[in-house]
Design a protein. Structure first.
Length: 434
């Protein structure tokens, strides 16, 4: 080989290395940019590492800082560079070798075992979801007797021991025993136990409970579905559900309003300008807490007993007024953490759970609401949920200007979209599509 040939050879291999490096960088950027779309693991992610901290103080949130280039924003307190650093070391050997905190095995993280409630069916509906599910592909996953709501009966030292290993909305790991019991002990009326506490009064000869579950999706803009929605026995809504001025498209009634202390504050902050003033206030409205953190237990207790909150983000000298001055204890309900964990494990087991973001992942508030309806109503019609053509619509029906759907690392909206399609195809829900 002459000199020239050698030079050419070196130049060539340099170029190969450079090209490979660029391709690798593009792959990494592509992966983080399009994360929720990707249903396979990248080669550097290690599934079995225990990235999970038993005592996390970060509640799962519905609204993070929008995930500009990296949907992987761990918490509002985490800076972008920290996040990127964490992401880049996610699969490194160092992490793999890190000692596994006690009690954080794959099994105790998932915890696919739940309490059983023998709440008798509230109706004798011949054509109910619970009956129809047996003839579908969901029959194995669907547990008819999983508790949907938690109340007085569920609080005990044994149950606390079982559920404290799951943080956030999936257990009682984020709430101390005293705070928990202070709240559960007041949830002791039949209205706190039953989703449809006024059904007997309301039934009027009907044998099936028909529910409209209304998400906030932009597909509802111009839908003219308001009257159809209001004709159902119960109307479910969540978070920034603005009604004023949108009645023709979304209806005007709200029977079940689902939220968490955190999403409520975020909704007031984010959608105040489009007319969201707080939870709907009507005689028929019930408030169903999705407890992410001890803040939810504290807020429920204070609101139901009309006492001020002494510390935390909701603290105030006067009792919380989100739910009206005269709200009664009978109007409050709270989802059972077993129910949230059950739907995460069996209906929305996202690949995010294989990453270091698994501690902040939970089904979205809308998903919890829709699956709760599926487990309690006889017939479910869903409106304003993600559909395959979501990019044609704005994020919310009440947006002033078109804005695309934002994907956050703490939810898996693509997986939810896919689940709604499956449930619709199998006749378990009727999903509004255009
Ligand atoms: C049962 O209810 C579903 C959903 O509402 C409906 O599509 C179906 O036609 C009903 N079947 C019968 C036999 O009434
Ligand atoms: C809750 O209700 C049950 C049954 O009505 C009753 O036995 C129990 O004493 C009540 N507990 C509290 C704390 O009020
Ligand atoms: C009860 O049903 C009857 C007959 O379908 C109807 O005329 C009446 O308006 C209903 N009442 C209520 C309170 O919905
Ligand atoms: C709340 O109750 C008080 C006292 O009974 C009454 O004066 C007030 O009108 C009620 N407020 C609402 C919004 O119902
Ligand atoms: C809602 O629908 C109207 C009529 O089709 C349209 O002009 C408007 O831009 C839509 N709003 C958003 C936020 O997309």
């Amino acid at each position: 080989m002459n000199d020239k040939g050698l030079k050419l050879g070196m130049g060539f291999s340099k170029r190969v290395v450079l090209t490979l490096a660029v391709l690798l960088c593009l792959y990494i950027i592509f992966y983080f940019f399009c994360y929720p779309n990707i249903k396979y693991k990248p080669w550097w992610s290690v599934s079995k590492i225990a990235l999970f901290k038993a005592e996390t103080s970060t509640p799962a949130r519905d609204r993070f800082t929008p995930a500009a280039r990296t949907p992987a924003v761990a918490s509002p307190g985490t800076t972008r560079s920290q996040t990127l650093h964490k992401a880049s070391t996610a699969g490194s050997r160092k992490t793999t070798k890190a000692p596994r905190p006690r009690g954080t095995t794959e099994f105790s993280y998932i915890g696919d075992r739940y309490a059983t409630d023998d709440v008798p069916s509230q109706t004798s509906c011949a054509n109910s979801t619970r009956k129809r599910v047996k003839g579908t592909t969901f029959k194995e996953r669907f547990l008819e007797h999983v508790p949907v709501l938690q109340w007085h009966k569920h609080g005990s030292p044994e149950e606390y021991k079982r559920l404290r290993q799951y943080p956030g909305a999936h257990g009682w790991g984020s709430v101390d025993y005293e705070t928990l019991m202070n709240t559960l002990s007041i949830l002791n009326t039949s209205a706190n136990r039953l989703m449809f506490d006024d059904w007997e009064r309301r039934a009027n000869g009907s044998s099936c409970i028909r529910c409209a579950v209304v998400g906030n999706g932009g597909i509802l803009n111009g839908s003219k579905k308001g009257r159809e929605i209001d004709r159902h026995d119960y109307v479910f809504r969540t978070n920034g559900a603005v009604i004023n001025g949108f009645e023709e498209d979304v209806g005007s009634r709200t029977t079940m309003y689902t939220f968490s202390a955190n999403t409520l504050r975020n909704s007031i902050a984010s959608y105040g300008a489009v007319g969201y003033k707080g939870p709907p206030l009507s005689e028929e409205t019930r408030y169903v807490f999705l407890p992410d953190h001890d803040r939810d237990y504290i807020l429920l207790k204070a609101a139901a007993t009309h006492t001020p909150i002494k510390k935390g983000p909701e603290s105030s000298k006067i009792p919380p007024r989100y739910f009206g001055d005269n709200v009664t204890l009978e109007k409050f309900k709270m989802y059972h953490p077993d129910f949230i964990r059950y739907i995460r494990n069996r209906f929305l087991r996202s690949n995010i759970m294989k990453t270091e973001y698994r501690n902040i992942y939970r089904p979205s508030t809308g998903a919890v609401m829709l699956l709760a309806a599926l487990h309690t109503c006889d017939q479910v019609s869903a409106y304003g949920f993600m559909t395959p053509d979501y990019s044609k619509y704005s994020d919310h029906y009440y947006d002033k200007r078109h804005r695309g759907v934002t994907f956050y690392a703490n939810h898996d909206l693509h997986l939810e979209l896919y689940l709604w399609q499956q449930l619709h195809k199998e006749g378990l829900i009727r999903l509004y599509m255009r």
